[in-house]
Design a protein around this ligand. Structure first.
Ligand SMILES: Nc1ncnc2c1ncn2[C@@H]1O[C@H](COP(=O)(O)OP(=O)(O)OP(=O)(O)O)[C@@H](O)[C@H]1O
Ligand SMILES: [Mg+2]
Length: 252
């Protein structure tokens, strides 16, 4: 469904993606892991063209979206996708309810009369109730994250890109979100790309795991195979060991 071929992206003189190759299958959960700063968020921002790649191609349903420029084509692309920002990206000046339904006006033709019901429904899916009138500043970090997820779900996207959906959530809430990802897959056939540092979640929800290292895909494999890998980079990451080929990088 999504083919990523030799994808490259640099910022200034730093080459972040050096030729990423990856196939995302429809209806599956693909999880991307890798050290902080390896380019995971950069990669998924390229997929919905929040960033334009420098080289390579991204093909979505047979259509090359790598360099599309027209606002209409970009809007069509984004209509298919839901994107959970790593930072949540709620609008501080809007209430929770307004945040959740924000995309409906632009991305769907759902009548406005249904917005309140949809806000309630999607908030319930992420374990929140009766908070529509609050402002984001009145919420805890974990609640903000879940409101952001409710906003993603509001437009019923067929593909969801989750940038660290469970970071900052307690273990029970993390589990509820994991189950939600699986539920969307099983009941609605949603295709998911999930970035996470939580290896337990990763093995629980993924069909395929992908490890990014040094700007390329170091290993992509079905979850069961990935778990047993002998690849020293992936193994060190799974074990969470400070000893191995991956060393701490200190930036200047
Ligand atoms: N818009 C930008 N301008 C300049 N540099 C950027 C930009 N976005 C990301 N970078 C740099 O690209 C590198 C990869 O960033 P990215 O956010 O993709 O990492 P990540 O793998 O998502 O990390 P984390 O796990 O910490 O979220 C980092 O060194 C970051 O400083
Ligand atoms: Mg990131």
């Amino acid at each position: 469904m999504i083919e990523i071929k030799n994808l490259q992206k640099h910022f200034g003189d730093k080459q972040i993606l050096r030729g990423v190759n990856l196939n995302i299958k429809e209806g599956e959960v693909t999880t991307i892991i890798g050290g902080s700063g390896t380019g995971k968020s950069t990669l998924i921002k390229c997929i919905i063209r929040l960033l334009e790649p420098d080289g390579g191609n991204i093909i979505v349903n047979g259509y090359d979206i790598t360099h599309i420029k027209s606002q209409m084509a970009l809007a069509n692309l984004r209509r298919k996708f839901g994107y959970l920002f790593q930072e949540g990206a709620l609008f501080d000046s809007l209430t929770v309810g307004e945040n959740v339904v924000f995309g409906l006006k632009y991305l769907t033709d759902i009548p406005k009369a249904d917005y309140a019901k949809i806000a309630k429904e999607k908030l319930a899916l992420v374990g929140l109730k009766d908070i529509e009138h609050l402002k984001p500043s009145e919420l805890s970090g974990g609640m903000k994250k879940r409101v952001s997820l409710a906003r993603v779900l509001a437009t019923n996207p067929k593909v969801i890109l989750y940038d660290e959906p469970t970071s900052g959530l307690d273990p029970i809430m993390s589990q509820i979100i994991n189950e939600l990802v699986l539920d969307l897959k099983h009941k609605l056939g949603v295709t998911s790309i999930v970035i996470t540092h939580d290896m337990k979640s990763a093995f629980e929800i993924s069909d395929t795991l992908v490890m990014l290292y040094n700007g390329i895909v170091e290993l992509a494999a079905p979850a069961e195979k990935f778990k047993k890998t002998k690849n020293p980079y992936a193994k060190q990451f799974i074990d969470g060991s400070s000893k191995g080929p991956i060393q701490m990088q200190i930036r200047n």
